[in-house]
Design a protein around this ligand. Structure first.
Ligand SMILES: [Zn+2]
Length: 509
């Protein structure tokens, strides 16, 4: 008798699980190629101007997403507002002068100031250390025998391998960034970079804008002055005769007496950006959360080129809208999620994961009650190098970290979907470092288990050609339904995901 009852209750239990999974499957089918395409035709349209953070295009996109959340019946996610506003900053150069023994160099002809993370003020420089190429690595150390701490350094922007390749080869931004970082690690007072790219420039006035940044410098993290000069200016500073930029490599490193006076004045503008948040309140576990994220910002416009960002991350943004719709419909039919679903599209991602950083620093819903973050960044395209069934795969990243529940849940849901869940990029030590490169990272860093869904890169990645006509809505629909079903299972299971794996990974560089 007892056993029979147990058998019957087991059967009932299995039936309810099957029923719930049927429900998930039923509402997943409300996510359709047609809807995804229709939404993306707006998000990735010219009218959204590439959605750069803290610009008009981003605000238009935010307003559109907010309107969709409202239309679908989502509750505002930030008290009475659908937006969580955060400040970003941008410096404008208002004036700059550089003189040597009282004779001035022309701005933009012989010197310029990079506004990014540069200190302002007046600087008298009586001694400068020439550090040649400014390289300090395994193969080469230009800082050998140089004491640069607290001193001004002068260094060549190019690398020894490309210095004589003519003026058309400008050194990569990355290489000067590395050199500046190397010098800063040596606690120099200021940096003068000798650039080869002055020749074709016409002198212009100041009043240029630097890159946006999110965190104001603190007292312990003060920027140092960094300027760029022409090789002719460098020759005067070093009192050497140089016929061209290439001659710089023959100058000995070391200390040079000088008499430089530099002024930099800038004005900091405060701008605003936002995360757009709507929620579907849970039933018996409404104080626990599943957070679905995608970034709605992209690279904006450069000149006449619009960076449409259809895949990056228009695809994720519209997937959030469609998942919101599926959960909202389920709720209307009495099948609402047990846990609260937070639908959040963030901005500032392309600038450095700012929106998710801001949210995890100022969480509206407690992170220790947030069972999982499912982050979708680029799921509308196919990686041309993909070797398997290219119309039926998704890269999944992060599942083996923080919670041992994640991976078995993905695999069991996938028994129905039969996607190729490709985990090749899962290792944080993978040279591409995808684990660090989207918004889930800020949640993982704060202990929230994450899964990141991604299609890999392609030739239109971060180009104006990332447009809607190249999206494969068939594979995107499969991926979106799979992510929705995963969210459904995680929102409805009895327990929150256990957090049984300590976060153990190298920090983000
Ligand atoms: Zn992206």
């Amino acid at each position: 008798m007892k056993n029979i009852l147990l058998a019957i209750s087991c059967l009932l239990f299995i039936n309810t699980i099957a029923q719930k999974n049927n429900d998930a499957a039923k509402f997943a089918t409300t996510i359709t190629q047609q809807d995804l395409k229709q939404q993306l035709s707006i998000i990735a349209s010219a009218e959204m101007e590439g959605r750069e953070t803290a610009t008009e295009g981003q605000r238009k996109a935010a307003a559109y997403i907010e309107e969709q959340f409202k239309r679908l019946g989502l509750t505002p996610g930030n008290n009475n507002s659908y937006q969580q506003i955060f400040n970003v900053y941008q410096d404008e150069l208002t004036s700059a002068t550089l003189s040597l023994y009282k004779s001035s160099f022309a701005f933009n002809k012989h010197f310029t100031v990079s506004l990014n993370n540069t200190a302002q003020g007046s600087f008298q420089i009586n001694e400068i250390i020439f550090a040649s190429f400014g390289i300090d690595n395994k193969e080469r150390n230009d800082y050998n025998n140089l004491d640069v701490k607290g001193k001004w350094v002068l260094l060549i922007e190019s690398n020894p391998t490309d210095i004589d390749k003519g003026n058309t080869t400008s050194p990569s931004r990355n290489s000067s960034f590395l050199k500046i970082r190397t010098a800063m690690q040596k606690e120099v007072a200021g940096i003068i970079v000798i650039s080869k790219s002055f020749d074709n420039k016409q002198p212009t006035t100041t009043s240029s804008m630097g890159l946006m940044y999110m965190k104001k410098p603190t007292e312990t993290n003060q920027p140092i002055p960094i300027i760029t000069v022409s090789y002719q200016a460098a020759a005067s500073i070093l009192t050497k005769t140089l016929n061209n930029y290439t001659d710089l490599q023959n100058i000995a490193t070391g200390k040079y007496a000088t008499n430089i006076f530099l002024t930099i004045n800038k004005q900091t503008h405060t701008l605003q950006s936002s995360n757009v948040i709507g929620i579907i309140e849970g039933t018996d576990k409404k104080d626990e959360y599943v957070i679905l994220t995608a970034h709605y910002d992209h690279l904006g416009k450069r000149g006449n080129d619009i960076y449409y960002g259809a895949d990056d991350d228009g695809s994720g943004t519209v997937t959030i809208i469609e998942m919101a719709e599926a959960f909202a419909q389920a709720k209307k039919k009495g099948k609402g999620p047990r846990r609260t679903i937070i639908c959040m599209t963030v901005s500032g991602e392309e600038k450095g994961l700012w929106g998710s950083d801001y949210y995890t620093q100022h969480p509206i819903y407690p992170l220790n009650k947030t069972t999982v973050n499912l982050n979708t960044d680029m799921i509308g395209r196919i990686d041309p190098s993909y070797k398997g069934d290219s119309l039926n795969y998704v890269y999944v990243i992060g599942e083996d970290k923080l919670s041992s529940d994640l991976l078995p849940i993905s695999d069991s849901i996938n028994q129905h979907f039969k996607l190729e869940l490709d985990r090749r990029y899962n290792d944080p030590k993978d040279p591409n470092r995808f684990y660090y490169r989207s918004d889930h990272f800020n949640f993982a860093k704060n202990g929230v288990p994450v899964i990141f869904y991604f299609n890999g890169v392609h030739k239109d990645y971060h180009k104006p050609t990332d447009t809607i006509d190249k999206i494969n809505f068939d594979v995107m629909e499969k991926r979106a339904r799979f992510i929705f079903t995963t969210a459904w299972v995680m929102a409805n299971r009895e327990n929150m995901l256990k957090r049984d794996i300590p976060l153990n990974m190298p920090p983000r560089r």
